[in-house]
Write a protein that binds this ligand. Structure first.
Ligand SMILES: [Zn+2]
Length: 545
């Protein structure tokens, strides 16, 4: 019983080392429990139900923190601490890691990132979907200079790299351009990126041949990075897209991740059976392919990206708008938009598309495409909804929420062992616009609704998908598990009450049931409030120089 031995070794640091104590220390050392000797910690968490992040069943114990590091975990920890937290039998888990966020939207206005931290999230990754600042270093320096609460890491974005070298154009890259792009990727890795992201659904990612992505992915992989992709198509061609994502990992020789995996469009529902089988087959032959997902049946992106044909989005904004002046081009855009409304992100009904934010008219947030069609004096049909979409693009574009995902696919993907949790969210300004609730609720929704209430996965599995699985995927060797020597990113929550309260109707609503969040050993959230501490750090990838 190590804790009993250490209990006998109570002594103050100023005591003289007498012969009795020396013998006791030798005995303790011989018993291999010297680390258990009482000492001063900064923080001890007692009375915890420890869910350590590995997926193992919870166990009772105590956790001691010194500085930014977990110093000890044992059934009982002797010794002093500046601060003792009685977890009261609640769950104590690793802080959650979000592999996919758009948090540069909001982090400089809300550096505490309350929406994430209040869910227990302690690390957020940026630069997904092929979009990142180029170069990365000045941006990372700016984040480092901003005192933020969660830790922060980045990917370098393939679309941004391509745009920097070639512009927003639909053509193949020359060998010289590919070399330039690879060098920008390498520089991004040296600046501290964790790998390459792509958004092959978006311009200019969608203009990129697979072979070109493979070249860039290989450059990132040679420096220890991973590949994470918003795939080319998540609707009718989702199987081709998963095949492409696997191929990029296989030929690029690096880990590859299908990000925010979902099946869009009623006609495609059920295809997750095939996508997951493809991931299993790839893994069986040695391709390191994984998945992340948010637990909602609606997605969110710009209305233009979702409901306009990609060819019509090539070029600068004036070039895009000029196409509408050509009657033939306008008719073609409208006809293809009708199909996207019918079969893809429109979910077959204009009411399934809800405006999240329009910079040029904030009153439109929360209205759906049927409302806007009516406001425009038109009868609600798919054709007239496509007219409304054209009008929105002309005015400057809006963000949208698209209800076109099926719960059965969501649950099937969530159950898959290679799936981890990522929000695809941002740092909202509380009360502003009508964002997707995923920014406020993703992690606690999995814990509350999907683990506790619906029994889709166990609590331990849910935590694993939010902590160790993600840390291992990204390459964060010192986070994601509660273990001595690792960084003290810790969440304490009540498994009986933890839940999301943000809805599509009222998205600005914080998580419930999380009582304490610790980042790098410092308490960042407790008693329902963010503390003054802003302990977050910029985390750098494997090739940082
Ligand atoms: Zn995305």
């Amino acid at each position: 019983m190590p804790h009993r031995v250490s209990a006998e070794l109570k002594f103050g640091p100023t005591k003289t080392f007498g012969p009795t104590l020396a013998v006791a220390l030798l005995v303790a050392a011989a018993a291999g429990v010297l680390a258990q000797a009482p000492q001063a910690y900064d923080l001890i968490i007692r009375n915890a139900r420890i869910v350590d992040g590995t997926g193992n069943p919870w166990y009772r114990g105590e956790i001691a923190v010194k500085g930014d590091t977990i110093a000890a975990i044992a059934p009982r920890i002797a010794g002093q601490a500046a601060r003792v937290i009685d977890a009261g039998g609640q769950v104590v888990s690793p802080g959650f890691i979000d592999p996919h966020t758009h948090s540069s939207r909001g982090i400089f206005q809300v550096p505490t990132a309350d929406n994430y931290v209040r869910q227990g999230v302690t690390t957020i990754m940026e630069g997904p979907d092929g979009g990142s600042p180029i170069p990365l270093k000045p941006f990372l320096d700016k984040v480092a200079a901003t005192k933020i609460t969660p830790n922060w890491g980045m990917f370098v974005g393939q679309g941004s790299v391509r745009e920097a070298v070639m512009g927003n154009v639909d053509r193949k890259a020359t060998p010289a351009e590919i070399e330039k792009m690879k060098e920008i990727v390498r520089q991004g890795m040296r600046d501290g990126a964790f790998g390459l992201s792509s958004g092959l659904f978006y311009v200019p990612g969608n203009f990129t041949p697979t072979e070109e992505v493979i070249e860039l992915a290989r450059a990132a992989g040679e420096m220890g990075g991973i590949y994470i992709s918003h795939m080319r198509d998540e609707a009718s061609k989702v199987l081709d897209s998963v095949r492409e994502t696997i191929r990029i990992g296989e030929e690029g020789r690096l880990p590859t991740q299908v990000t925010h995996h979902k099946i869009i469009g009623t006609a495609n529902w059920g295809k997750s059976v095939d996508t997951l089988r493809m991931v299993d087959e790839a893994r069986a032959r040695g391709v390191d392919a994984t998945i992340d997902q948010y637990p909602y049946t609606a997605s969110s992106t710009s209305i233009q990206a979702a409901l306009w044909p990609q060819w019509a989005q090539e070029g600068t904004r004036p070039q895009v708008l000029a196409r509408l002046k050509d009657p033939a081009a306008r008719a073609k855009i409208k006809a293809e938009s009708v199909l996207l409304l019918k079969n893809e992100r429109g979910g077959g009904d204009p009411r399934n598309v809800v405006v999240s934010r329009c910079e040029w008219d904030m009153s439109l947030a929360g209205k759906n495409l049927a409302d806007i069609t009516t406001l425009r004096g038109l009868e609600v049909t798919l054709e007239n909804a496509a007219e409304a979409v054209i009008w929105i693009v002309e005015q400057g574009g809006c963000g949208g929420i698209f209800h076109a995902i099926n719960e059965e696919d969501l649950v099937r993907i969530l159950r898959h062992p290679a799936t981890m949790i990522g929000s695809d969210g941002e740092v909202p300004i509380f009360g502003q616009a009508n964002p997707h609730p995923r920014s406020y609720g993703t992690f606690v929704r999995v814990l509350g609704m999907y683990a506790r209430d619906k029994h889709v996965i166990t609590l331990e599995e849910a935590v694993r998908k939010m902590s160790s699985a993600t840390a291992q995927r990204i390459g964060l060797g010192d986070r994601g598990i509660l273990r001595p020597g690792l960084k003290a990113d810790i969440a304490i929550f009540d498994p009986a009450t933890v839940r999301d309260t943000a809805t599509f109707e009222k998205p600005h609503s914080y998580a419930e049931g999380v009582s304490v969040v610790i980042v790098n050993g410092q308490v960042a959230f407790e008693g329902g409030k963010m503390t003054a501490a802003r302990p977050g750090r910029v985390l750098y990838g494997p090739a940082k120089q």
